[in-house]
Design a protein around this ligand. Structure first.
Ligand code: FUL
Length: 429
C-alpha cells in the first residue's frame, strides 16, 4: 500500500461514542480503599479479617465535593482489590463489608459513592480486580463464573457506570495454577448491561494503559494504534510470539502509534491512553506519606489532558474514611490552577481565518486580535469524532514586517486536546 493510501486509512479510524464521552471526562479520580487501608499495605494476601474494616467517618458526598473542586468529573472505586475483599455486600462471598463492623454489617461503600456521584452529576466507575487472592476457586474455570457474577452485581445494581477498570495482574490459585481470565466474557457482560461504559485494560479495548504509574504520557500519545496492541498484545505463555506473527507490541513500548509502527501493523484500532497515578507514592493510604507537589500534579494534568489522554488521579481515603487534609489542600490548589489558567480565553473573540490550502495535506489558519493581549497557553483540538487527522503542526508569530515567519512551536499529535504551554507571549492586532 502506498503511503498516501495508508495515511488516508489511518485518518479514518474513528472513536466510538463511548470513547468520545470518556475523552470529554478528561480528569477523574481513583479511590483505593479497602483492607489495605487498615493493614498499611499495598497488596493484601486475602487472609485479612473483614472485621478490620471500619471507616467510621466515611462520607461519600464530601469526597465527591472535594474531587469536583479539584476539577474532576468522575471517580473510580476499587470495589475489590487483589485481596478479594468486597466493598459491597456481594452475594457470592463472605469476604466483604457485610462481615465488617462498618454500619453493623449493613454498609455498602460502592452504593454510597455511586449514589453521591449520581446525585451530584458526577460520573461513577469501578475497578474489580480480576486477581483475587482470597477466592478458593481462583485458578479454575469456576473463578470466571464467580467474577462474572460479581461484575453483574456491580453493573446492574448501582446505576449508570461510566468506566470499568481492569488490570492484567494475575497470580496462582490455591491449586498452584495461574488463572486464565475470560476477558471476552467480562467485556460481553459490560457491553450488555452498561453499553455506554468504557472499558480500561492494559491493552484496551476502549482505553489502554499508558505504560507507567507515575503520570507520564508519551510525547506523542496517539489514539490510533496497531491492532495487535489492542487485541493480541500478549505473547504466548512460553514467551514465543503468536503463530504467524513476526513482532508484538506492548503498551510499555516507547512508541505505539508512530508512523513506522502503524505502517507495519495488522490493522489499526482507536484506543487512547489513560494516565493513572496516585497523589502520594502509594495507591492505598499510608499516614507517613506526603502528597506530590502542586507543580508535579499540574505538569501531569497538562501533559495528559493536554496530551490526548485522560488523567486518572488516585486519592486514597484514611482509615476514618476521610480525605487527608494535606491531599484535600493539594486538590483545591490544583483545581484553582486549572480554573485560573483556562478561565479567560483570549481566542474566543479573535478573528479566525482559514487560509487557502497550501497543498492537499497542508493548511494554515490565522488568529487576529483586536487589542494587545498576553497569553501563556495555546489549546488545540481536533474534531476527534472524525479520528486523528493531524500528523504535525507548527505555530508562528508575525515578524516586524507583518509576515508569519517566527516559528515558536512545533508539535505532532493533537487529537482530543493539545495544550502548548509557553513563556508569556504578546498577541497583537
Ligand atoms: C495495579 C495494582 O497492582 C496496584 O495495586 C494498583 O491498584 C494499580 C492502579 O494497578 O495493577
Amino acid at each position: 500500500m502506498d503511503i498516501r493510501t495508508f495515511l488516508k486509512n489511518a485518518s479514518q479510524v474513528i472513536p466510538s461514542e463511548r470513547q468520545i464521552e470518556w475523552f470529554n471526562t478528561e480528569f477523574y479520580g481513583f479511590i483505593h480503599f479497602g483492607v489495605n487501608t487498615f493493614t498499611d499495605k499495598e497488596w493484601g494476601d486475602g487472609t485479612e479479617d473483614p472485621s478490620i474494616f471500619n471507616p467510621e467517618k466515611f462520607n461519600a458526598e464530601k469526597i465527591v465535593d472535594i474531587f469536583k473542586k479539584a476539577g474532576m468529573k468522575g471517580l473510580v472505586i476499587t470495589a475489590k482489590h487483589h485481596d478479594g475483599f468486597c466493598l459491597w455486600p456481594s452475594r457470592y462471598t463472605e469476604h466483604s463489608i457485610k462481615n465488617s463492623p462498618y454500619k453493623n454489617g449493613k454498609g455498602d461503600i460502592v452504593r454510597e459513592l455511586a449514589d453521591a456521584c449520581h446525585k451530584n452529576d458526577f460520573k461513577f466507575g469501578f475497578y474489580l480486580s480480576p486477581w483475587d487472592r482470597n477466592s478458593e476457586v481462583y485458578g479454575t474455570d469456576e473463578y470466571n463464573t464467580y467474577y462474572k457474577n460479581q461484575l453483574t452485581e456491580l453493573l446492574t445494581e448501582y446505576g449508570k457506570v461510566f468506566h470499568v477498570w481492569f488490570d492484567g495482574a494475575c497470580g496462582e490459585g490455591p491449586n498452584g495454577k495461574k488463572q486464565e481470565y475470560d476477558f471476552d466474557g467480562y467485556i460481553e457482560l459490560i457491553r450488555k448491561y452498561q453499553p455506554d461504559a468504557t472499558i480500561f485494560n492494559d491493552h484496551g479495548p476502549d482505553v489502554r494503559w499508558c505504560g507507567n504509574e507515575s503520570g507520564k504520557a508519551r510525547h506523542s500519545e496517539w489514539a490510533v494504534v496497531p491492532h495487535e496492541l489492542v487485541f493480541r498484545a500478549e505473547k504466548q505463555t512460553d514467551g514465543s510470539l503468536l503463530p504467524g506473527k513476526t513482532k508484538y507490541i506492548y503498551n510499555t513500548d516507547k512508541e505505539l502509534g508512530t508512523l513506522s509502527n502503524i505502517m507495519f501493523s495488522d490493522g489499526l484500532s482507536f484506543c487512547p491512553g489513560e494516565v493513572d497515578m496516585s497523589i502520594r507514592p502509594g495507591w492505598f493510604y499510608h499516614e507517613n506519606e506526603e502528597p506530590h507537589s502542586l507543580e508535579r500534579l499540574w505538569k501531569t494534568y497538562l501533559n495528559t489532558v493536554g496530551g490526548n489522554c485522560c488523567f486518572h488521579l488516585n486519592v486514597p481515603p484514611t482509615r476514618e474514611g476521610l480525605i487527608d487534609p494535606r491531599d484535600e489542600k493539594r486538590l483545591y490548589e490544583l483545581g484553582e490552577k486549572i480554573r485560573n489558567t483556562f478561565s479567560y480565553d483570549i481566542a474566543e473573540n479573535a478573528g479566525f481565518t482559514e487560509n487557502e490550502e497550501m497543498s492537499e495535506y497542508q493548511t494554515s489558519f490565522d488568529l487576529k486580535f483586536d487589542k494587545e493581549e498576553e497569553f501563556n497557553c495555546i489549546v488545540l483540538e481536533e474534531e476527534i469524532e472524525k479520528g486523528q487527522r493531524i500528523e504535525n503542526f507548527s505555530l508562528y508569530m508575525k515578524d516586524d514586517f507583518g509576515n508569519y515567519k517566527i516559528q515558536f512551536f512545533e508539535g505532532t499529535c493533537i487529537g482530543h486536546k493539545k495544550s502548548v504551554f509557553l513563556t508569556p507571549k504578546k498577541a497583537t492586532t
